[in-house]
Design a protein around this ligand. Structure first.
Ligand code: RUQ
Ligand code: CUA
Length: 658
């Protein structure tokens, strides 16, 4: 393909607009009835659950809409001392990777599971952008149930995007890198020769949700940015935005902005599946962790996978096609009918809308403009449905209302623009405060959006909130989109940096069989203590196991002596409560660890290695009853080699030993 160099457009946009400008009427865009629209009376439920990525916090937060009330922060890729996530022995394996224990990641995108192209309320998937991982959160427990590392990948950004029955959650590598089995120890400037892209098709088991890398597609080395599955007529296809088709490895802000057009990569995954079924593809050695949470043992296990099935798209000519797309596309979004594919070039001054039918015709008639590393490049005009002209500056992401309209965020001009998909005319625009990234309409990526609200997720909030030192809050802004004009009704800060978010009608999740407690009778934890009478302390060499129970308002045992410096002490605390929302906490002085927060009927373990002799109080951290403050105890630690016997008690003092 001939590459048109157009540095002039790039230069103009780069100079004037890479950093966002502030809308003129900032701060005064809320009308009188806004508060009423976002008001959810005390004691009333919200209409939607809203699952918001936490960006560099590594967590996911759950809000109610339209109130903007924060309901929960779900720990995913980052340790969370509040919940003991990554601190308790049971949860540590969830954060295991081929690099060992990795307690942080950068969570960008949330993706709710679907059945027939509609949100089904079972799971939310999330991507770890840094050490490439996928997570599945179970919406019965609001806990991370599985984390799968991705081989041959780096910077799992184009992820996790699902097909209309969650057949696959798909993850494209942001950084192309040498494959895991090749020696990555090569010259960086050998990019063109040695660096490859990989797209992972991760299958999701229908009942359990268990994930597995079904296969990977090995592609030319570019950066995959975002993606969407086809739906309806385009079910069976996947669309990825690509940048750095220049294959630069340094100063990408200049070197990856050289070409006038990068690509949208269209993938016929049903075809790829056929090849896989026919035994094509190659098993390749790779090491990647697969971590699963077991609800009955309440413990995670981490397994190291050894190989992955890879199809090199170069060898299979009818799987992958490139479609030119202006200027470093970011969002790549498919409308509810599956016919229109919207590419958002970060540096483009228009929005191209591609037609699935025209893409199919172009392939049938070989309407190509040469190839890129052996992959056919479809002619821009022959795939194009049309362009939205002069919509704004710096389009990033598009969501849909199912009524024929699209809503695109503009980072540089800080606005949301509503446009009609059929005639490509701009219908409305509203400012955001400021520098909006993602947009989210409940179901806005599915076949059946629920078009009442739109949330804009903003990077910059200068002057919107009380100042908080050098770093200011990121924020969400809620718009009512039920009428012709979008109306801003609420502003609220978010946890971490919000990238993508999705929402679902509250009833789908509320009525999905939410877990209220763990039944003690079904607790299969190996260190379960079934009732206070079974509480005990045992020693095996320097390992001490404390079989402890908690119930309002005491621990059993609450006095322990005979622990020595050099011991490894494991407190296995079983919460005996069988009542909804009665967790107990557990913390001990000097533990270089977090607390435990133990749900009713659950057993959780804290490892403690006392470093000096002394008296170590422990207590419950969660205000569980009127006598919560009495829920405490003492651990006596003696020097190594001391002959203080191992004793434990509750309700009667331990007999005195010197
Ligand atoms: S990306 S704006 Cu992961 Cu658009 Cu966040
Ligand atoms: Cu148990 Cu406070």
């Amino acid at each position: 393909m001939k590459i048109i160099q157009s540095t002039s457009i790039a230069a103009i946009i780069a100079i004037s607009a890479l950093y966002s400008c502030k809308p003129k009427n900032s701060g005064s865009a809320v009308s009188g009835d806004a508060a009423a629209k976002a008001y959810v009376a005390p004691g009333k439920y919200d209409e939607y659950y809203n699952f918001v990525s936490g960006g560099f916090s590594g967590q996911m937060s759950v809000y109610g809409l339209p109130s903007g009330r924060l309901l929960r922060v779900i720990p995913v890729f980052s340790v969370d001392p509040e919940k003991g996530w990554g601190y308790s022995e049971e949860t540590k394996p969830m954060l295991n990777t081929s690099h060992g224990f990795v307690p942080w990641d950068d969570l960008h995108h949330t993706e709710m599971s679907q059945t027939n192209g509609e949100i089904d309320g079972k799971w939310v998937f999330a991507n770890g952008n840094n050490t490439p991982r996928l997570a599945r959160i179970d919406l019965k427990t609001f806990r991370t149930a599985e984390i799968l590392e991705l081989p041959n990948s780096a910077g799992n950004h184009s992820s996790p995007f699902g097909t209309e029955n969650s057949e696959y959650i798909v993850a494209g590598t942001r950084f192309s890198v040498p494959s895991d089995e090749d020696n990555g120890d090569v010259a960086i400037n050998s990019y063109k020769k040695n660096f490859k892209g990989h797209i992972s098709f991760v299958s999701v088991a229908k009942e359990t949700g268990e994930m597995k890398v079904a296969f990977q597609l090995k592609t030319p080395g570019v950066n995959f940015d975002l993606a969407r599955a086809g739906k309806g007529k385009s079910h069976g296809w996947f669309f990825f935005s690509c940048y750095n088709t220049e294959q630069a490895s340094t100063l990408l802000e200049v070197n990856a902005s050289q070409k006038d057009k990068d690509f949208i990569m269209a993938v016929n995954w049903k075809k790829a599946e056929e090849y896989i079924k026919a035994g094509k593809g190659k098993k390749v050695k790779a090491k990647y962790a697969h971590n699963t949470w077991n609800e009955s043992t309440q413990t995670a296990t981490s397994k190291m996978e050894e190989e992955v099935l890879v199809l090199d798209v170069k060898e299979f000519k009818d799987i992958v096609y490139f479609i030119p797309c202006p200027k470093s596309p970011h969002g790549c979004d498919v409308d509810p009918t599956g016919e229109y594919i919207v590419g958002s070039g970060k540096l483009a001054a228009l929005i191209p809308v591609f037609s699935f039918d025209k893409i199919q015709q172009s392939i049938a008639s070989k309407s190509y403009d040469g190839d890129y590393e052996g992959i056919p490049v479809i002619k821009y005009e022959s795939a194009l449905y049309g362009e939205v002209k002069k919509p704004g500056l710096g389009p990033l992401h598009t969501e849909f209302d199912g009524k024929g309209n699209a809503y695109t965020s503009f980072f540089v001009s800080s606005e949301v623009v509503k446009w009609n998909i059929k005639d490509l005319k701009v219908l409305d625009r509203v400012p955001t405060y400021y520098s909006v990234g993602h947009l989210s309409i409940p179901g806005g990526n599915t076949k059946k959006p629920s078009p009442k609200y739109l949330v804009a997720y903003n990077k910059i909030t200068k002057d919107r909130y009380l100042p908080t030192g050098p770093e200011l809050a990121q924020s969400a802004q809620l718009y009512d989109i039920s009428g012709d004009k979008m109306q801003l009704i609420l502003d609220y800060p978010t946890i971490g940096e919000p990238h993508y978010a999705q929402s679902a009608p509250a009833d789908i999740i509320r009525n999905n069989g939410q877990l209220k407690l763990y039944k003690l009778s079904e607790n299969k934890h190996p260190y379960l203590t079934m009732g206070e009478a079974n509480a005990k302390v045992t020693r095996e060499g320097n390992k001490v196991h404390v079989y402890m129970t908690s119930i309002r308002s005491h621990f059993a045992p609450d006095n322990i002596e005979g622990i020595k410096v050099g011991d490894e002490v494991y407190f296995h605390v079983t919460n005996l409560e069988q009542d909804w929302d009665v967790p107990h906490g557990f913390a001990i002085k000097g533990a270089d660890n977090a607390e435990l927060l133990i749900m009713p009927g659950e057993t959780t373990t804290l490892k403690w290695v006392p470093k000096k002799p002394g008296m170590f109080p422990m207590y419950c951290t969660d205000f569980c009853s009127a006598l919560h403050q009495e829920m405490q105890g003492y651990i006596r630690v003696s020097p190594a080699g001391s002959n203080v016997p191992l004793t434990f008690s509750l309700g009667k003092p331990v007999p005195e030993t010197k």
